[in-house]
Design a protein around this ligand. Structure first.
Ligand code: 2P0
Length: 327
């Protein structure tokens, strides 16, 4: 039995979004993206390569997954074996630290933690840039979860040039997100399949790629200037453009529920009353409110007209990946 490595990676929410691949095998995105890593939600994963195993064993919260449900993880472990020369199968133990059924346990923190723990357990000693390239092969958004604070994933044109780096960490100004956790109905389509359909069928896709480039430039400047208003405005518009792609796909799809629209409208109303807050949405019904910590109470009070207090979770900027090793 070899050493066990445990990695903890936090989830991230994109402010300028990744929504489409130009190379599905290498997981190269159509455009770059910028995110904020959050403190509140993370995945902790331990990996041990063990020559006594006759297949990879993947445990989620101590439950062994059947092979049919762990194929994507096993394929990722194959890539680690290929890159490291390790031959043994692996035991993988994963815990998602997110509120029950929050629907925020994205593959971002999951594949970032797996990439970190598996590569180290296999004896690779990757720096964080190389680790972000490896995490990308598991899931696009995981590329960014290697780092804390504001992070940019450079789209690149091949494996070497598509990686993430820190734009700003630590963050010494007042910015946070309030996650509005809504009941998940069945996901209409996975992120992977949804973005592939959009690239193929939305007549607006070329405009998305073009405007994303402008958004990236403006977002970098707004982060440097510590300008919450501009960060929020760009993020909100960018999110709605992403969802407009889904509405314009053939066949169309969306991730909204009625409660999603209630939350969006509540944020718009708050803003009309002078509260500086903005929303963003990913591939699910939850709404994330971008705001300053000083406005937490007024925003929570307004949202509690529609939602229970436990549906509103305040998350601050979070750290990059961390490791512990045991022999
Ligand atoms: C993002 N999302 O930038 C975008 C915005 C959701 C909406 O990346 O196919 O799980 O594994 O690369 O990363 C979610 O999709 O998809 C995502 P794959 P992923 O955060």
């Amino acid at each position: 039995m070899s050493k066990t490595v445990t990695a903890r990676a936090h989830t991230n929410i994109a402010l300028v979004k990744y929504w489409g691949k130009k190379d599905p095998k290498l997981m190269l995105p159509q455009n770059g993206s910028i995110s904020l890593t959050l403190d509140h939600f993370y995945t902790q994963t331990s990996v041990t390569f063990d020559s006594n195993l006759n297949r990879d064993q993947i445990y989620f919260d101590d439950q062994l997954l059947p092979a049919t449900k762990s194929r994507r993880i096993s394929r990722f472990l194959d890539l680690v074996r290929q890159q490291s020369g390790a031959e043994a199968y692996a035991a993988v133990h994963t815990e998602n630290h997110v509120p029950t059924s929050a629907g925020l346990a994205s593959s971002a923190s999951g594949f970032a933690a797996l990439a970190g723990a598996a590569s180290r357990a296999a004896g690779m000693n990757l720096d964080n840039t190389a680790l972000s390239r490896l995490a990308r092969r598991g899931s696009g958004s995981a590329t960014r979860s290697i780092f804390g604070g504001f992070v940019e994933w450079h789209a690149g044109h091949d494996d070497a040039s598509s990686y993430a780096e820190v734009l700003q960490d630590p963050i010494d100004w007042d910015i946070q997100m309030i996650a509005v956790v809504l009941k998940a109905t069945r996901k209409p389509i996975s992120s992977t399949a949804g973005m592939a359909r959009v690239v193929k069928t939305s007549p607006y896709y070329p405009a998305w790629v073009k405007t994303a480039k402008t958004d990236l430039k403006r977002m970098r400047r707004a982060i440097t200037a510590k300008d919450l208003t501009t960060v929020g405005q760009i993020a909100e518009t960018n999110a709605m453009r992403m969802h407009a792609l889904n509405l314009s796909a053939q066949p169309a799809f969306n991730y909204f529920t009625a409660a999603t629209l209630t939350a969006i409208n509540a944020v718009t109303d708050l803003r009309a009353h002078g509260v500086n807050c903005y929303y963003t949405l990913d591939a699910g019904p939850n709404v994330k409110i971008i705001c300053a910590g000083k406005d937490t109470d007024v925003i929570k009070t307004a949202l509690q007209r529609h939602f229970a207090p436990e549906q509103l979770i305040v998350a601050k900027p979070g750290p990059g990946i961390t490791f512990t090793e045991t022999e």
